[in-house]
Design a protein around this ligand. Structure first.
Ligand SMILES: Nc1ncnc2c1ncn2[C@@H]1O[C@H](COP(=O)(O)OP(=O)(O)OP(=O)(O)O)[C@@H](O)[C@H]1O
Ligand SMILES: [Mg+2]
Length: 501
């Protein structure tokens, strides 16, 4: 029998605030294998792997590496034993080069020797990166490759990847998968955390499913189906089909954008002359690798960023440069990707968060512009019921909600403003299967009711599944804009990578 490289035995994790994240989890990590770790938002995946990689300590239970019991008090100790974790938000030092980042904290090697070994490693693994450029100038994909290279350079035998494909192009994802397979073939172990069941089916050998801090399934990938995995995760059956798209008659031009130019925080031209028209009853998807100006485009259209040049016309009236309040009052709402900083005030209660922005609506006010809290409470209860938002009480702080429920709260609040136009930026990022499905179905239903939706997403499947027309954004421009059915997958992948097909 093959010995596991890592053995997790009955691990319990209670966070200082009393949250029980893991309730007795056992897990073996074997060589020559890619292990998928699946589970809803808040199931405990990241917590478990942070324990394995020495970033957190278990409250109870044991950890064995190569058969020996270990107690890590920091990641460096785990790294020494060959365990490395690549986090979703890669913690590199931004103004250091790739080489400097890789050598950070690594003693006893000369620069030239390190470079030679790294070049060797790069050619063996196909991990191409520029080592002499500050990492802030590199794409997210490149940064991830540096982090992986760093782990391999340190001789990692167990590589843990936490949602690694979120910001990769399809081509980069393919390359990553090839590499992970190669590593497993060489005798290493890979742990692959993802919400994307399709990827888990494609790349893993075995899957462990967590629900609410417990293991609810251990399966061989070959012997399971996406449906089975989804229902194990959620604890009930998940329906994967979308509502049919209806023909919407008399489509009107809701949002007309003409030659839009916007600068980013560093004064660079992030949006460079974008024009498009969003019609009623359509979902216009914007595909692209993160960092090609999508964020600045969204901010400019929602009144959060200055427009340098160009025109924005909302239902026949020019609104260029209008503030977010005016825009939402005129029917344009924003589902932001940064739910923690833009969408919610985490320290405020659920009730207060529902009220955000509604202070402009007379039905929630009493004479003298006082807040009618009874009305707001009634409204909040309705939204919570309709959107099945799990909250302990209206008084709980928003930060106590899981990621998925925070997102539902924002969506519910924004839609209750009865918009004509929705700007949705990565509306399902980091959401688990059931919440993702819920939000996507909702967007299609709203489209069918005649609302116009601009969907900006780095998740290509999401864009392709929901959109009527698709624009590809690259370096601040729409390099292509046409009906979704006129694209091939390969063409869109190339366009996302800056290659004109
Ligand atoms: N630092 C912390 N303090 C308190 N509770 C925390 C902390 N970090 C995570 N939690 C809680 O622990 C539970 C497990 O969180 P964890 O991040 O491990 O989930 P996950 O499976 O990785 O979810 P996701 O898919 O959303 O990344 C959740 O209820 C979460 O709210
Ligand atoms: Mg996580």
């Amino acid at each position: 029998m093959v010995e596991p490289l890592v053995k997790v035995a009955d691990v319990v994790k209670v966070y200082p605030d009393g949250t029980v994240a893991l309730r007795g989890v056992s897990l073996d990590i074997f060589p020559n294998e890619i292990l998928g770790l699946l589970g809803e938002n808040g199931a405990g995946k990241t917590t478990l792997m942070k324990i394995v990689s020495g970033l957190l300590q278990p409250t109870e239970g044991k950890l064995y590496v190569y058969g020996k019991p270990v107690k890590f008090s920091m990641p460096a100790q785990a790294l020494k034993m060959g365990i490395g974790m690549v986090h979703q938000n890669i913690p590199l030092v931004h103004n250091f080069t790739g080489l400097e980042n890789i050598l950070l904290g690594y003693k006893g090697i000369k620069r030239d020797e390190a470079l030679e070994r790294l070049r060797d490693l790069m050619s063996k693994t196909g991990l191409k990166v520029r080592l002499d450029v500050p990492v802030e100038d590199l794409s997210l994909g490149e940064r991830q490759r540096i982090e992986i290279l760093k782990m391999l350079f340190r001789g990692v035998k167990i590589l843990i990847m936490d949602e690694p494909t979120t910001n990769l192009t399809p081509v980069e994802t393919k390359d990553l998968f090839r590499l992970l397979k190669q590593l497993a073939y060489e005798g290493k172990a890979v742990v692959f955390i993802s919400h994307k069941i399709k990827e888990v089916m494609e790349i893993t050998d075995r899957v462990v499913v967590l629900r609410k801090g417990k293991v609810v399934g251990r399966l061989k990938t070959k012997e399971t189906t996406p449906k089975e995995l989804a229902s194990l995760m959620v604890g009930r059956e998940v329906v994967f089909s979308y509502p049919p798209k209806k023909e919407v008659p008399n489509q009107k031009d809701l949002l007309v954008v003409k030659d839009l130019w916007v600068t980013d925080d560093l004064g660079r031209q992030a949006v460079r002359g974008i024009s498009f028209t969003l019609k009623s009853g359509e979902i216009l998807g914007v595909a692209g690798v993160e960092g090609n100006g999508q964020k600045e485009l969204v901010e400019a259209l929602t009144g959060l960023r200055v427009i340098d040049k160009g025109k924005v016309i909302l239902m026949g009236e020019e609104v260029t440069g209008a503030d977010p309040g005016t825009l939402s009052f005129r029917g344009l709402v924003h589902i932001p990707e940064d739910r923690k900083n833009v969408g919610l005030v985490l320290t405020m209660s659920v009730l207060e968060n529902v009220f955000l922005g509604l202070h402009r609506y007379p039905e929630f006010l009493k004479p003298g512009k006082l807040i009618n809290w009874n009305k707001v409470t009634e409204h909040a209860r309705k939204l919570i019921k309709r959107f099945e938002i799990v909250v302990r009480s209206l008084k709980s702080p928003a930060k106590s909600l899981s990621g998925g429920n925070q997102q539902k709260l924002i969506v519910a609040r924004e839609l209750s403003k009865k918009p004509s136009v929705i700007i949705a930026a990565n509306p399902t990022r980091g959401l688990d299967v059931a919440s993702t499905q819920f939000v996507r179905n909702l967007l299609i239903n709203l489209r069918n009711q005649g609302i116009g939706i601009l969907l900006i997403s780095s998740d290509l499947d999401e864009v392709l599944d929901l959109s009527d027309r698709v624009a590809v954004m690259y370096e601040g421009k729409f390099t292509s804009l046409k009906p979704v059915k006129d694209y091939t997958l390969q063409e869109i992948g190339l366009l996302m990578g800056g290659v004109n097909a």
